[in-house]
Design a protein around this ligand. Structure first.
Ligand code: SF4
Ligand code: SF4
Length: 358
């Protein structure tokens, strides 16, 4: 899966973004020849292309060129949702998955992302439905100090606009640590209580035959049931790479720094990149490694918040995995009695850039 950074520019200035202390040094716009990108990706027999940024739709013309000229098995767009109408409907409809950033309730979304963002995003997702978009629309949340996981996910479920809801915790991406939390430990404890309520609600609805698309639950169940996951689950450094605006290839799209540099579209071959970066210790010695997969290569490599906080978040990851593992016998009963099928439950069908573990 190839993240194509169409630009590093963005039309928003969200509170939790851009606090990364490392120097970037990448051009704001694509500076390589797009034919070189085409040649590089043509050497991958089953590429997935994910448009990413910055805000990728600030370079909508590049997205359209790639859709017209570079064949891929799947196309994915991650967007802040404000510029969706810049891509013509015939191109939007060629995307398998669109991930739209929204943090839950209006007050939380607008606090982190800017006043008026919530309403604009909701209006643009409605527009996607109006033009007949039939792919997978995912609400992509950043969950931070003002988030209430139960209230915010329930709000997005009740909106009825999204096929799936996914979230990533606002942890480990910045320094100094937990600057957007009044009391990080108390927040984590509240988060776990909210997760419990959400799992209970999800299972209750599932028992009635209603499958609510919650990516961390479905994705983890897939890992637990099928037992085979990339490490980390997002595939960074193994099966997922980011092609930056200079043509450099990084193991993770979050940080185009030398620590994650694995190649360049001019002289690398896709097949040579797999395994260029691996998770390593302490994850490889962890009893949850098979299911957690090391969670996030970026967090593990940079350790920006230090080991103590790293392991505190691990305890939440382990709790989530254990809770979902405990649901499997009940879900198996539901499958056996025909209420639900494993096929509909196990998600995602391909690496659509949802990292699975929040
Ligand atoms: S729980 Fe923590 S230590 Fe264990 S594999 Fe996951 S990230 Fe690594
Ligand atoms: S989960 Fe971590 S390693 Fe994977 S893409 Fe996201 S930031 Fe990068």
């Amino acid at each position: 899966m190839w993240f194509i950074i169409t630009t590093w520019r963005c039309n928003l200035n969200c509170k939790y973004c851009g606090n990364e202390p490392r120097p970037y040094g990448e051009p704001s716009r694509i500076s390589y020849d797009l034919q070189e990108l085409k040649t590089f990706i043509s050497q991958d027999p089953e590429p997935i292309i994910a448009f990413y940024g910055g805000e990728p739709l600030l370079s909508a013309e590049i997205i359209e060129w790639i859709l017209d000229n570079i064949p891929a098995k799947h196309y994915v767009l991650q967007t802040n949702g404000l510029l969706i109408r810049k891509l013509r409907p015939s191109y939007l409809n060629r995307l398998d998955t669109i991930l739209v950033s929204i943090d839950g309730r209006q007050s939380v979304t607008d606090y982190y992302r800017g006043k008026g963002v919530y309403k604009a995003v909701v209006s643009n997702v409605k527009y996607l439905r109006e033009i007949g978009y039939r792919g997978d629309i995912i609400a992509r949340m950043t969950v931070s100090g003002k988030s209430d996981i139960y209230a915010d996910v329930r709000h997005l479920i009740d909106l009825g606009l999204f096929d799936h809801i996914h979230w990533q915790l606002d942890v480990f991406f910045d320094a100094p640590p937990h600057q957007r939390y009044a009391d990080f430990q108390s927040w984590l404890e509240k988060y776990v209580r909210g997760l419990d309520m959400l799992i209970n609600f999800w299972l209750q609805e599932l028992s009635k035959g209603r499958l609510i698309g919650i990516v961390p639950f479905q994705g983890l169940l897939k890992i637990l049931v099928l037992g085979d996951t990339p490490k980390p689950p997002c595939g960074a450094g193994q099966s997922a790479f980011a092609i930056s605006t200079s043509g450099k290839i990084f193991a993770c799209p979050v940080s185009p720094s030398d620590d994650f540099l694995v190649g360049h579209i001019k002289w690398s071959k896709p097949a040579d990149l797999a395994g260029k970066m691996t998770i390593g210790s302490p994850c490889t010695e962890c009893e949850f490694y098979t299911s957690c997969g090391g969670r996030c290569l970026y967090a593990k490599t940079t350790m920006l918040w230090g080991e103590d906080l790293f392991f505190r978040v691990c305890s939440v990851t382990k709790y989530l995995i254990s809770r979902l593992r405990g649901l499997i016998p009940r879900i198996q009963e539901l499958v056996s009695s025909g209420v639900i099928s494993w096929d509909s439950l196990l998600y995602p069908p391909f690496n659509n850039t949802t990292e699975i573990i929040p």
